[in-house]
Design a protein around this ligand. Structure first.
Ligand SMILES: Cc1cc2nc3c(=O)[nH]c(=O)nc-3n(C[C@H](O)[C@H](O)[C@H](O)COP(=O)(O)OP(=O)(O)OC[C@H]3O[C@@H](n4cnc5c(N)ncnc54)[C@H](O)[C@@H]3O)c2cc1C
Length: 505
């Protein structure tokens, strides 16, 4: 494989560290048995490969225990890798970048600490899943909707720190984080922004700090372990309309992409729409694969009073309904209705979690189905969307792999997610898919399209494409890393950022 693998590294005094961690958090919370190590492998790397194995999985239950783990790891120079639920599948799952790291499993810190129904926010611990948050909000009275990704089993904190995406008005999850509690590499706890005032009344409602904005440093960086987080939510609307436009051909794609941008910039469409190719829906709104589909499907939502939704629909019809080949449809639900949605697609834009997409994906190769999501970001201009889409299709055609496209729209940009399926028990196919990804990163970076998020194998390569002024950005990242984490303990290699000791080997 042409991708970079783990550098040969000094794992420090692992045995001494594990003994001390067991004393600090309990022996039953430190696991080194083969079954546990295998359970926390990346499910989408070649089956049976131990190349990305942890040496131990430790499961603290409080911020104080996380502090103890970090302090001991620092003293023993043992690298840690953190996950909240560890469901980061297609981007590495729970596996560490550095083989032999001790994995910090935060699944047991799973309390929803606060729900403020008036001010529309929650405070959660790392192990809180989208399923848990949904249930807690419904139990609290249901006046709040959370945005969710396609699968409900992941964590709110893990997904937000990775710049994860959902499909409601609050679908850019990282944008809705307000106030973090973080354990730093030296074991100290900090709270960001206005949460630094111990009795702050605005810790989770006012996002700007006094002084520099540091919260962003802890997204996708490995600079700290987030132990609590405030997260903003959407007010339950009176009416929710799940809206669809089906169309075919590149001219229509260009017009729909431009039309969607205008509808979003004009605040008619306020959620995060998706345009899909290779998927079709049955009458109940359930998706299935159709690799030969010549038609595209675009999905978006309208929320508000029934009068407002009707008025916005008129604007939608004017903008999208006039595009040749396009057909529009819409299904309305009361905001209080949480049970009668036609299928996954209608549920996900209403913040109701499920696991249906995983089941759909497993129709490919059964339980050993794996996929790499290749996800460059481009501008939301119809012409660029069509050209990029053609280019990506041709890159797939050269390899003989099927092309499934999901364009995730924001008002100004589009993430061109394409999914490469493979059977993880087929070593040859797995290698081909990873190699093809490497090639596609180069092609897209020549086009000026960076990758929004990537898997363990490609973090160094993706980081190396952001090389303005002889890699000034990486030098800045490394300066910050060395200052905050001089021992290079926390998530070495995350997003291509390595502590000094790893850069020197
Ligand atoms: C079929 C399918 C559909 C998917 N659909 C979507 C989608 O719609 N939207 C989307 O965004 N993603 C999607 N994903 C990708 C992924 O599954 C989700 O983003 C998932 O929520 C991430 O898993 P997690 O929340 O358990 O994160 P984790 O695995 O817990 O964390 C991810 C990473 O974040 C960092 N991290 C986690 N917790 C902490 C912490 N407490 N402190 C510091 N760093 C931390 C670590 O680097 C970790 O590796 C999909 C994947 C699949 C397989």
């Amino acid at each position: 494989m042409t991708t970079l693998s783990t550098p040969p590294i000094d794992l420090g005094d692992l045995d001494r560290a594990l003994t001390r961690i067991a004393e600090a958090i309990g022996a039953d919370r430190v696991r080194t048995d083969t079954a546990t190590i295998e359970e926390f492998r990346d499910p989408y790397t070649a089956q049976g490969s131990a190349d990305w194995d942890a040496s131990a999985v430790v499961s603290p239950t409080s911020t104080e225990e996380v502090q103890a783990v970090v302090r001991i790891a620092g003293e023993c120079r043992v690298p840690l890798w953190t996950f909240s639920q560890g469901r980061n599948n297609t981007y590495g799952g729970p596996a560490p970048r550095v083989k032999g790291s001790v994995v910090v499993n935060l699944r047991e810190m799973n309390r929803v600490l606060e729900i403020d129904e008036d001010l529309a926010y929650v405070v959660v611990e790392p192990g809180v899943r989208w399923f848990d948050l949904y249930e807690a909000l419904e139990a609290a009275g249901g006046r709040l909707w959370t945005s969710i990704p396609d699968l409900g089993w992941g964590s709110v904190i893990g997904n937000c720190t990775e710049y994860g995406r959902g499909y409601t008005q609050y679908g850019d999850h990282a944008e809705n984080v307000c106030g973090m509690e973080i354990v730093l590499a030296n074991g100290e706890v900090v709270r960001t922004g206005m949460w630094a005032m111990p009795n702050s009344e605005v810790a989770h409602v006012y996002r700007h700090p006094f002084g520099p904005q540091l919260q962003g440093l802890f997204h996708s960086s490995g600079l700290g372990i987030i132990t609590k987080m405030g997260f903003w939510l959407q007010r339950r609307p009176e009416t929710y309309a799940s809206c669809w436009v089906e169309f075919s051909g590149d001219d229509a794609l260009e017009a729909v992409a431009d039309g969607m941008r205008e509808l979003m910039l004009g605040n008619t469409v306020t959620n995060y729409p998706t345009i899909m190719r290779g998927v079709r829906l049955d009458e109940d709104g359930n998706p299935s694969f159709d690799p030969d589909a010549s038609r595209w499907l675009a999905r978006f939502a309208l929320y508000g009073t029934s009068e407002a939704v009707d008025a916005h629909w008129i604007a939608v019809e004017r903008t999208l309904g006039t595009i040749p080949t396009a057909t529009l449809r819409r299904r309305d639900y009361a905001g209080t209705d949480r049970t009668s949605h036609a299928g996954h697609e209608d549920r996900v834009m209403a913040g109701i979690p499920d696991m249906d997409i995983l089941a759909l994906f497993e129709t490919m190769y059964g339980k050993t189905t794996a996929h790499l999501d290749f996800s460059p970001v481009g501008p939301l201009r119809g012409k660029d969307v069509v050209e990029t889409s053609r280019l990506m299709r041709s890159l797939y055609q050269e390899t003989g792999e099927q092309f499934f496209s999901g364009l995730m729209l924001s008002p100004r940009s589009v993430i061109h997610i394409s999914t490469m399926f493979f059977d993880s028990t087929n070593a040859e196919q797995t290698e081909r898919v990873y190699d093809n990804y490497t090639r596609m990163v180069s092609v897209m970076s020549e086009r000026g399209y960076p990758i929004y998020r990537t898997n363990l194998h490609h973090m160094d390569q993706v980081a190396s494409t952001l090389d303005f002024n002889d890699n000034a950005l990486m030098r800045l990242n490394e300066t910050i890393k060395d200052a905050l984490d001089p021992g290079g303990i926390l998530q070495p290699g995350k997003s291509g950022i390595w502590g000094r000791r790893f850069r020197q080997v």
